[in-house]
Design a protein around this ligand. Structure first.
Ligand SMILES: NC(=O)c1ccc[n+]([C@@H]2O[C@H](COP(=O)([O-])OP(=O)(O)OC[C@H]3O[C@@H](n4cnc5c(N)ncnc54)[C@H](O)[C@@H]3O)[C@@H](O)[C@H]2O)c1
Length: 269
């Protein structure tokens, strides 16, 4: 692909992806509110706030694809979630539409479906059950992507990411872990595959204990190279989840479900 913009380039996921995408496109423009502290001399950075439509319009000139990592990446108050992930994402899609951007890869989240119990195996067509204001914003992002794809021709590829890390951290993340190289592979599918229109896939590696069925990703050629069980399974499996309790342990979203949970478990799953 020609010119690609990566938003959220100063964040944690971008730190994994930047070296993996070095030289992958004709041009890669990194963007965030402020540049990453470890910006290399061969990397290009342009500041843009998702709340600033003019800055986004300038950013997306002559851009073919966007890898959108920017915004609020955890639970927060409504104002913060809305500013970055609702209004900010709308601003970004509007800039993409006006600039004729071909594709936008959206980093959605498992928290869009976090209130499903762990014994339910989900496919990508399952009705959303967000576990947080953050999760609601990811459902919104997937819906906005569908609108912009079907109405305006900005193809969207929505990856419901589990947890990106070099290795799984605990029992819950054994199921939802995603190695950065596998995420990079999914992003390339989103940017390149001719059949992508407004797809939703799960961002997980080839984990034996996965809660999600990823048929669409596999049909598009996704072949994850990593598996949670290859990483010191005994140690990881024994580790307690940080906020593990009867609510968090019951649902896929874990501590996101437990936070602010009111009342009993009856009729909740
Ligand atoms: N880290 C994970 O395992 C994981 C899991 C599921 C989904 N995701 C999603 O992946 C994406 C990247 O996650 P991350 O862990 O790197 O998050 P992060 O918080 O480390 O990075 C997000 C970046 O967005 C930038 N940002 C925030 N508000 C902005 C605004 N108004 N304008 C411009 N930039 C703004 C921040 O400066 C930050 O650098 C997020 O969309 C997140 O929801 C991540």
């Amino acid at each position: 692909m020609r010119t690609v913009v990566m938003t959220g380039a100063a964040g944690g996921v971008a730190r994994h992806l930047r070296p993996l995408f070095a030289g992958a496109f004709d041009r890669l423009i990194l963007s965030d509110r402020r540049g990453p502290a470890d910006l290399r001399a061969d990397e290009t950075f342009r500041a843009a706030d998702l709340g600033d439509p003019d800055a986004l319009h300038a950013l997306l000139a002559d851009v073919a694809g966007v890898i959108h990592l920017g915004g609020c990446a955890r639970e927060d108050g409504w104002h913060a979630v809305r500013a970055a992930n609702i209004d900010g994402l709308y601003n970004l899609y509007e800039a993409a539409r006006r600039r004729g951007v071909e594709r936008l890869v959206f980093t959605s989240s498992n928290h869009a479906v976090g209130f499903y119990p762990r014994d339910r195996r989900l496919d990508a067509d399952v009705r959303p059950r967000p576990d947080s204001r953050y999760g609601v914003s990811k459902v919104f992002g997937e819906a906005l992507g569908s609108l912009y794809a079907r109405k305006y021709g900005v193809r969207s590829f929505n990856i419901r990411i589990g947890n990106v890390a070099d290795r799984p951290a605990d029992r819950r993340r054994m199921a939802i872990w995603l190695h950065p190289e596998d995420l990079a592979q999914l992003i390339r599918i989103g940017l390149d595959h001719p059949d992508v229109v407004d797809d939703v896939v799960y961002g997980i590696s080839d984990n034996a204990g996965a809660w999600w069925e990823n048929a669409r990703a596999h049909a598009l050629g996704y072949r994850p190279k990593h598996r949670a069980e290859d990483h010191a399974v005994d140690d990881v499996a024994r580790a307690a989840e940080p906020a593990g309790d009867r609510i968090g342990d019951r649902f896929q979203g874990g501590p996101f479900c437990a936070r602010e949970f009111a009342g009993g478990l009856a009729d909740r799953d």
